[in-house]
Every structure is written in structure tokens, then in C-alpha cells.
Design a protein around this ligand. Structure first.
Ligand code: ADP
Length: 291
């Protein structure tokens, strides 16, 4: 099916939207968002990433795009292209916090914007102030602006990295994205029982908001020794798969703890291109084929 022609500054030209959720921080939600986007790109898809993890936007760092500026064109804000081929575009609140003095001109009446938007207009947004504001309920208005005012253009996939847990920001994100279905949730967990318990709440959130669950990913499922290739289950194993089975949603795969993945994220490298023989590579590629 052909995507509809893009309206200026919205998501009409996006074929699939995937919201990446996790019950708590540190389980690898931003990692999975980033690597899913890279794997989809390497499979020939055009991909956008919307980083609405407002309290801890880490994707610009993971894709070595920190400090890049968001510009304005006739159809809205132009997202940052992270590769030369312009096949991955990224919009993150991190770009706004890192360059508060840049001339980011927000469209639309100020009264409809969040306090962060108004602060940027007034030139008074510093990181601490913005953190305080964006962690509050006004974040919803900012998320709506990310959806409506960014010129996403034609995309096969938009991957949306959300904050951990379920909060007002999640509700605002779902409400802002709902008109642009097909919209689905990918839920990230680690294998431990506690993390799996948190994820159960995520699945309840999906059910209550009518969000289709694309599937569950179990991250950090064992450590593959780089010397002998033996897999050690650092945490308990199989919790994600069991959870998916009980909830009646697809299980998309287990991604092992992989030191090369950590390194590639720290260096802002393209793991899918540069580390095809690494333990995490097959799982990440296979997840991209299933979404
Ligand atoms: P979250 O977004 O859930 O807070 P992150 O994606 O930021 O978590 O991941 C937390 C840390 O764990 C990061 O430093 C990341 O590099 C590392 N990490 C996540 N998943 C893996 C993995 N499968 N193998 C190795 N390191 C990982």
C-alpha cells in the first residue's frame, strides 16, 4: 500500500509508527529503539526516530548527533539527518536542550505551546530549567508539537522512544499519534522477574489505551563470552518470552548483553553496519524483520 502524500509538518506520510515502551529505565529501551532504526535502515527502509524521552534524551548521543541544530522550513521543523544518505531522520528534545541559543523558531501561537516552547522563545531555557519543565505535565504540549510541527516527510517507519513507565507523557504521546495509525507498541524488558512485573503494567496500559502490541523484546538475555562464545545467563532467563505467551502477544526475540554493542553506542557508531559478527547482531536483525 502506498503511503498517503505528506501534509506539511505531520505524520501523514509515515507507514508504520512503533512506540518503544519499558516498565523502568536502564533496561535498554533507547538501545533497542536506536538499533531497530539502524536495522530497518539497513533493510532498505526509510526511518525516522522521535525521541520523546524528555527527561533523558539519549538517542542523539547514541547516533553521534549531539549538538546538531533543528532548522525551520516552510513545512515545519526539519529533523536532523544522522547519515549522509538521509535515510534516518531524528527529532529529539535533546537538540533543543543542547543548543538553547540556536534560533529554533517554533510555529504556531505561543499560548498553544508548552512552557518549554515559550521559554525558548524568551531565550531563557537552560538545561536545568528545561528538565524541571519538561518533566511536568506541560510535556504533553511539546509532544504534540513534535508530531504536528516536524516535517517528517515519507517514512516507512517512525520509531518513538518514550520515557520509562506509564505517565501523562505516554498518554499525550498516544493521543498525539493515534490519528496516524497503524500505531503499535514494542515493549522492552530484561529477563528478571521484577522487570517483567513492570512490563505487565505496560501491557495493561496498551490494552486500556487500545494500543496494539507489536511484540515483546527481552534485552540483556545472557552474556556471550567474546573468548569462548559460551552464553552465561547473568540474570534469570526466559521471562520476556513467558510474559508474551501469557499476555497473548508476539515475542520478537532475545538480545544478549554484548560488549561490542555497548562500545558502539558509546562511540556513536552504526552497530548493524560495523559489527555483523557480534552476538547481538542476529537478534536485532531478526526483530527488525518482524515489526
Ligand atoms: P533505557 O533507555 O531503558 O534507560 P539504555 O538503552 O540507555 O536504557 O541502556 C542502558 C545502558 O545499557 C546503556 O549504556 C547501553 O549501552 C547498555 N545496553 C543496553 N542494552 C545492551 C545490550 N544488549 N548489550 C550491551 N549493552 C547494552
Amino acid at each position: 500500500m502506498e503511503a498517503a502524500a505528506a501534509e506539511p509538518g505531520n505524520l501523514a506520510g509515515v507507514r508504520h509508527i512503533i512506540l518503544v515502551l519499558s516498565g523502568k529505565g536502564g533496561v535498554g529501551k533507547s538501545t533497542i529503539s536506536t538499533e531497530l532504526a539502524l536495522a530497518l535502515r539497513h533493510a532498505g527502509k526509510k526511518v525516522g526516530i522521535l525521541d520523546v524521552d524528555l527527561c533523558g534524551p539519549s538517542i542523539p548521543r547514541m547516533l553521534r548527533a549531539q549538538g546538531r541544530a533543528v532548522h525551520q522550513c516552510d513545512s515545519g521543523w526539519v529533523p536532523v539527518f544522522v547519515d549522509q544518505e538521509q535515510s534516518i531522520s531524528l527529532m529529539s528534545v535533546g537538540f533543543l536542550l543542547e543548543s538553547p541559543d540556536e534560533a529554533v523558531v517554533w510555529r504556531g501561537p505561543k499560548k498553544n505551546g508548552s512552557r518549554l516552547v515559550q521559554g525558548l522563545h524568551a531565550g531563557r531555557a537552560d538545561a536545568a530549567w528545561a528538565l524541571q519543565v519538561t518533566c511536568a505535565a506541560e510535556a504533553g504540549a511539546l509532544i504534540k508539537q513534535f508530531v504536528s510541527d516536524v516535517a517528517w516527510g515519507q517514512l516507512d517507519y517512525l520509531v518513538v522512544d518514550t520515557p520509562p513507565g506509564t505517565s501523562d507523557e505516554h498518554m499525550a504521546t498516544v493521543e498525539a499519534l493515534r490519528p496516524y495509525s497503524p500505531l503499535g507498541a514494542l515493549v522492552v524488558t530484561t529477563p528478571q522477574v521484577v522487570s517483567v512485573g513492570d512490563v505487565r503494567r505496560e501491557l495493561t496500559f496498551c490494552r486500556k489505551t487500545g494500543l496494539q502490541v507489536v511484540g515483546v523484546v527481552e534485552n540483556m538475555s545472557g552474556f556471550v563470552c567474546p573468548h569462548c562464545a559460551e552464553c552465561t545467563n547473568v540474570f534469570s532467563r526466559g521471562g520476556g518470552e513467558e510474559l508474551a505467551r501469557l499476555a497473548g502477544v508476539p515475542f520478537l526475540g532475545s538480545v544478549p548483553l554484548d560488549p561490542e554493542l555497548t562500545r558502539s553506542l558509546e562511540e556513536g557508531r552504526d552497530f548493524i553496519r560495523d559489527f555483523p559478527n557480534s552476538p547481538a547482531f542476529p537478534a536485532l536483525s531478526s526483530i527488525a524483520q518482524k515489526v
